[in-house]
Design a protein around this ligand. Sequence first.
Ligand SMILES: [Zn+2]
Length: 164
Amino acid sequence: MGLIIRSSAIHAAGCYTTTAIRKGDRVAEYTGRRLSKAEADARYEDSPITYLFGLGDGSIVIDGHCTAMFINHSCNANCETSEVDDRIWITAIKNISPGDEITYDYCLYDGGDDKAICNCGAKTCCGSMYSKEEIKRRKDAARKALIKKPGKRKTDKKKKTLRA
Ligand SMILES: [Zn+2]
């Protein structure tokens, strides 16, 4: 299997295959140093770009140092990730042609203030790289925040009339 890194329309650099990949094939392993969640948080607190992949319950993360770390997210991905015996594998869920970019759904979580906007360009793009559960959690949190915040919205009747 030939994987190469080159510039991508999705984001900066991407990972492409030079050979055909069949559905079900293992494409790559996500490897790198294993850090505790606390170590990773401390190390990358001010870093806009990280290549962290959570293992198990998320208390351990892989700090990517591999070809797979360049694989971009897509809402219409051709691969998926799975955890097998504390290792992360990227496996094809479609037949992939030579020259195609390799993608998987990041299912991001724990992104802090980062909006993690998706630029995958798929027709089915949901606009975010977060997992469905995380998108829902964030929406709920935002809603709660809206209710909790009283704000200082003084009604300016004159302005209101002018605007209407
Ligand atoms: Zn997308």
